[in-house]
Design a protein around this ligand. Structure first.
Ligand code: TYD
Length: 204
C-alpha cells in the first residue's frame, strides 16, 4: 500500500474522541498535510446504512456475534472505498473508532476476542500506524454521552458497569499492542497537545 498515515482514536462513549479528531485534523491541515477525517461505524455510504442498524434500537437487538459481523461488514466497505484509497494517495487518515472498538465492545458483550481477530485478519487486514486511546472516567463520560441524546445510545444504554468493562478492555489492549498510546482525560487543550506530540513523531 502507498504510504499515508493511519491514525485511530479509541475509548469509551463520551471520552471526547470526536472533538479531538477534529482538532487533530485541523492542526495537520494547517501544517499542509492532506487529511481524511472519518469515523466508524460508518464513514462510507454503505457503512452509514449499516450504522443505523447498529446504533439504534434496544440494547438486546443483536447478539454479540451478529454485531461483529455487522461491524466488520461496515468496516470492509469503509476500508475499500475510503480508507485504502486515501492512504494510497498519501493522505493522513484520522478515524474516530476502528477495529479496536469491535475487539473491546463486542468482547465486553460476551464474544471471544479471537473471533474478532480472526474475522479481522480475513476481511480487513489493515491495522492503524497509531492508535490514541482516550482514557476517561466512565461515570463522567457516560453523563456526557447521554446528555448528547439523539437516539444513538444503544451502547450507552447498557449502563455504567458496561462502560467500566470497556475501559478495562481498552487499557488491556493498549498493553498488548505497541501502536496504542493511552492519553488520560483532562482539559481539552492538554489532551490535544499530547495527541499532537504523539502524531508529530510519525510525520515525515
Ligand atoms: P460512536 O459513533 O463512536 O459513538 P459515540 O460518538 O457515542 O462514541 O459509536 C457508536 C457505538 O457503537 C458506540 O457505543 C461504540 C459502538 N461500537 C461497537 O460496539 N463496536 C465497534 O466496532 C464500533 C466501531 C463501535
Amino acid at each position: 500500500m502507498g504510504r499515508g498515515l493511519f491514525v485511530t482514536l479509541e475509548g469509551i462513549d463520551g471520552a471526547g474522541k470526536s472533538t479531538q479528531a477534529r482538532r487533530l485534523a485541523g492542526w495537520l491541515r494547517g501544517l499542509g498535510h492532506r487529511v481524511e477525517e472519518t469515523r466508524e461505524p460508518g464513514g462510507s455510504p454503505g457503512a452509514e446504512e449499516i450504522r443505523r442498524l447498529l446504533v439504534e434500537g434496544p440494547p438486546g437487538r443483536w447478539s454479540a456475534m451478529t454485531e461483529i459481523l455487522l461491524f466488520t461488514a461496515a468496516r470492509r466497505d469503509h476500508v475499500e472505498r475510503r480508507i485504502r484509497p486515501a492512504l494510497e494517495q498519501g493522505a493522513i487518515v484520522i478515524c474516530d473508532r476502528f477495529a479496536d472498538s469491535t475487539r473491546v465492545y463486542q468482547s465486553a458483550r460476551g464474544a471471544p476476542m479471537a473471533v474478532v481477530d480472526a474475522l479481522h485478519a480475513l476481511a480487513i487486514g489493515l491495522e492503524p500506524d497509531l492508535t490514541l486511546i482516550l482514557d476517561a472516567d466512565p461515570a463522567e463520560a457516560l453523563a456526557r454521552g447521554l446528555a448528547r441524546g439523539g437516539g444513538e445510545d444503544r451502547f450507552e444504554g447498557l449502563g455504567p458497569g458496561f462502560q467500566e468493562r470497556l475501559r478495562a478492555g481498552f487499557l488491556a489492549l493498549a498493553r498488548e499492542r505497541r501502536r496504542c498510546v493511552v492519553i488520560p482525560a483532562g482539559d481539552a487543550d492538554g489532551v490535544a497537545a499530547r495527541i499532537r506530540a504523539e502524531v508529530a513523531r510519525l510525520l515525515p
